[in-house]
Design a protein around this ligand. Sequence first.
Ligand SMILES: Nc1ncnc2c1ncn2[C@@H]1O[C@H](COP(=O)(O)OP(=O)(O)O)[C@@H](O)[C@H]1O
Ligand SMILES: O=P(O)(O)OC[C@H]1O[C@](O)(COP(=O)(O)O)[C@@H](O)[C@@H]1O
Ligand SMILES: [Mg+2]
Length: 414
Amino acid sequence: MWNGYVNNADRALLKVIKYSSPTSAGAECIDPDCSWVEQWVHRAGPRKEIYFEPEEVKAAIVTCGGLCPGLNDVIRQIVFTLETYGVKNIVGIPFGYRGFFEKGLKEMPLSRCLVENINLNGGSFLGVSRGGAKTSEIVDSIQARRIDMLFVLGGNGTHAGANAIHEECRKRKLKVSVVAVPKTIDNDILLMDKTFGFDTAVEEAQRAINSAYIEARSAYHGIGLVKLMGRSSGFIAMHASLSSGQVNVCLIPEVPFTLDGEFGVLRHLEHLLKTKGFCVVCVAEAAGQDLLQKSGATDASGNVIFSDIGVHMQQKIKMHFKDIGVPADVKYIDPTYMVRACRANASDAILCTVLGQNAVHGAFAGFSGITSCICNTHYVYLPITEVIKAPKRVNPNSRMWHRCLTSTGQPDFH
Ligand SMILES: Nc1ncnc2c1ncn2[C@@H]1O[C@H](COP(=O)(O)OP(=O)(O)O)[C@@H](O)[C@H]1O
Ligand SMILES: O=P(O)(O)OC[C@H]1O[C@](O)(COP(=O)(O)O)[C@@H](O)[C@@H]1O
Ligand SMILES: [Mg+2]
């Protein structure tokens, strides 16, 4: 009876731990008594019955927001899978949502032959951009181009845009399937195990930490300082600190800290120089913003532009050790764009492959307003509305953050 198709009624369980009490580590309780309410989500994969006639489909792919390792792997798999269904009209929209309305930007015909090797490089074959998303203009353009399926690769902002496009298409009664694939090195999207690009970013960030360690270890009273990305969450900093095992202080936006004073970071660095002779600090870009003057600036998408905590800490550390008359050799590394411009590692490449293929299966199944992701190790479709409610953040009460603290050996900094 087995036919290899996913049944429309197949489901995966969204929450897999039943916490006995709200005090359990990382407990997320649905009500104060922590009672167990099952929540099921749609299983991703090919359906026996498909909603579109492949020969008549025009499919478009767009990549938005910042770069992320794996974008090309996903584009490639979407094209491969569409062709396998028999779709002949596949196009790429250049430079994010901008490509829908900016005059002079032409859609790019895509084929297996054209995208065959794009996964060998980082970046996006189609180009990316921030800002400029006007939903009605985008949908006018989708209508004018006669697009039936739109595959949107991006983060929080892109997903909000994709949902707005989906809603507008429904309002206009257009039979357009809008399917997203979550991309962001920050791993800040709710409900999913991870976003593609995150693993690769952590691996690359680890190299920067290793360089900082070598510099610090080799200098007299060396202090290596590394700033890592993470717009609203410290996942990259936490995971890179954990995986490298070379970090003595990890600072993330979810956990406030002070630099000065008896319990501040600087006093702890003094202690580390005294006891170990050197140390390594890893700071997330959004950490300690309360210690800095706000820039008040936003990028083209409306995201807050942070004041530079890395440069600030570098200066503060130098000044502090000068003031107390202790030599300190501070080496600051900001690997920001190197971390996200690289090609996907093996685990991300596989994740991208599955998510890209499932995105196409989801569109053919007739879904719209969904995102293709991994949840509790199962591949599923989630409604975009559920994943954009808030950015996902590191839970300071989680086991993972405590594992990180155990690993670095850092105290509370307040
Ligand atoms: N709330 C929103 N509604 C519609 N479009 C949005 C929204 N937020 C962001 N966008 C658009 O999505 C694109 C990517 O957003 P951005 O925040 O830069 O990156 P990311 O998707 O990686 O978070 C931009 O073109 C931006 O204009
Ligand atoms: O300098 P840019 O290109 O605007 O991007 C900076 C931001 O991009 C990121 O790498 C990823 O953010 P997105 O997922 O929103 O693209 C953030 O960590 C960082 O704050
Ligand atoms: Mg974002």
